[in-house]
Design a protein around this ligand. Structure first.
Ligand code: FE
Ligand code: FE
Ligand code: ZN
Length: 276
């Protein structure tokens, strides 16, 4: 089954998102666990969650992707910022325990001038504190564009984090097509060799989800600006190859393109039409 969806607003709860994604032709979705500015989360609505778990079983929603607020930074140079990120992620994971099947994606963070090694060590320390062996959710490190001092711009950095974490059976990777191209992995010309490299460095069994975005900037720009599918430097044919690739096609795909709901509906329809 082609698992395809987009980023949705979580403000009206899980059941609302489930119905919304079905109404635009998708069968999975991504959402922010809380206000992206990183404030407090809404009170857990177990009634909504129980209904959602039932509804998703009956309607072919196999998995959903929670996204941590992008403002948290567990490798900040400020102790209170690191602490806030860790506490937020712990709380998010506790909440996700109630969902049938979810992944939890986060941005590894920005080392803000402390250097990659210091940053990676903070991320490892954070994950060693956050992960529990009884958690229900796999935590995904997102591949980043390498804007500013972002960590996660190379497969090696991702691998180094995974290797440092004790409970790394709870870790996976979410590959963002805009970010990896921006970071210097040529998925336009050489998708298969990029996947070979990912397999060699990280292991393809770690790859759990794809963020499917075109990019406003040319190869290796390190800018991280998403574009609508087909309207950026990657273009339609790149996405046809990505969603049909033998090694990717069973993963869930999430659009994070600059769109409202109607735009997402068109992109989902288009991607379904070119899916083999
Ligand atoms: Fe992200
Ligand atoms: Fe992304
Ligand atoms: Zn991005």
């Amino acid at each position: 089954m082609f698992k395809i969806g987009c980023h949705l607003s979580a403000s009206k709860g899980y059941m609302h998102m489930a119905k919304e994604i079905l109404s635009i032709g998708g069968n999975t979705f991504q959402f922010f666990t809380r206000n992206p500015r990183g404030g407090t989360a809404k009170e857990l609505d177990l009634d909504d969650i129980n209904k959602f778990n039932e509804f998703s079983k009956d309607n072919g929603i196999e998995v959903i992707l929670a996204h941590a607020p992008y403002t948290i930074n567990v490798c900040s140079d400020k102790e209170e910022t690191r602490r806030f990120g860790i506490d937020t992620m712990k709380d998010d994971l506790m909440r996700l325990d109630y969902i049938n099947k979810s992944y939890y994606n986060f941005h590894p963070g920005s080392h803000v001038g402390q250097g990659v090694e210091v940053g990676i060590n903070y991320i490892i320390d954070a994950l060693n504190e956050i992960l529990r062996d009884d958690q229900n959710t796999i935590v995904l490190l997102e591949t980043m564009a390498g804007k500013g001092s972002e960590i996660g711009r190379s497969f090696e950095e991702i691998k180094q984090i995974i290797d440092g974490v004790k409970l790394n059976s709870k870790l996976g990777v979410c590959l963002d097509t805009c970010h990896v191209y921006d970071a210097g992995y040529d998925i336009l010309q050489n998708l298969d060799s990029v996947l070979d490299e990912f397999d060699r460095v990280v292991g393809l069994e770690r790859l759990k989800a794809i963020h499917i975005n075109d990019t406003k900037n040319p190869f290796e720009s390190h800018k991280d600006r998403h574009e609508k599918i087909g309207e950026g430097y990657l273009g339609n044919s790149a996405f046809e190859k990505i969603i049909n690739n033998e090694r990717l096609k069973d993963l869930p795909f999430y659009l994070e393109t600059p769109n409202e709901l109607d735009g997402y509906e068109k992109e989902i329809a288009y991607l379904k039409s070119i899916r083999k």
